[in-house]
Design a protein around this ligand. Structure first.
Ligand SMILES: [Mg+2]
Length: 189
């Protein structure tokens, strides 16, 4: 049986994107993120993080420091009764990666590798799933993978017209209705 997932970008969706965040004291959770994940859990979504972490490939921080921060992040959600089921990250960079990290990898957004891997491993039905990101590259990854609904969190931007393939939201709160609508066939458009 396949499941529905909520895919979340990390920097700019879960935490403030201050650039290459890898220390706990730099990690500031966005308002409403715990509520959103808890709500998604209640509706039956798997919640899966898909995050580019080229800071690893660039040598700014290590796989170990990323893993330590991730473990703490997942525990913070858990303490708020919100479950992140899995975290995928891409450490590579096509031009600035050092050594083995210099690679145009299929897992690096805007490519869809992380989402496709999650779908395989966790038996996710992508067409009924939702992606939330704060960059066009997140939207491209979701669209290419076949995610049914792609939401661009862009609080400071005026809504852009002519976006057939994704929708813009101005807050995480706004994502609630999109999640509910997906699971209720009477409301889905
Ligand atoms: Mg981001």
């Amino acid at each position: 049986m396949s499941r529905t997932a909520l895919f979340l970008d990390r920097d700019g969706v879960i935490n403030q994107d201050n650039g290459y965040v890898y220390l706990r004291h730099e990690f500031k959770f966005l308002d409403g993120i715990f509520d959103l994940v808890r709500h998604a859990n209640t509706l039956g979504y798997l919640v899966v993080v898909v995050t580019n972490q080229a800071g690893i490939g660039r040598g700014y921080f290590t796989e170990t420091s990323f893993a330590t921060l991730t473990k703490w992040m997942v525990a913070e959600f858990q303490a708020a009764d919100a479950i992140l089921h899995k975290v995928y990250h891409c450490p590579y960079h096509p031009t600035a990666g050092l050594g083995k990290y210099l690679k145009d990898d299929f897992s690096r957004k805007p490519k869809p590798g992380m989402i496709l891997q999650a779908a395989r491993e966790l038996h996710i039905d992508l067409s009924s799933s939702v992606m939330i990101g704060d960059k066009e590259t997140d939207m491209q990854a979701g669209i290419t993978a076949g995610v049914g609904k792609n939401l661009l969190l862009a609080p400071d931007q005026h809504p852009v017209s002519n976006m057939a393939q994704y929708q813009q939201i101005s807050s995480l709160k706004e994502a609630f209705e999109h999640l509910s609508n997906r699971l209720d066939p009477r409301l889905s458009s």
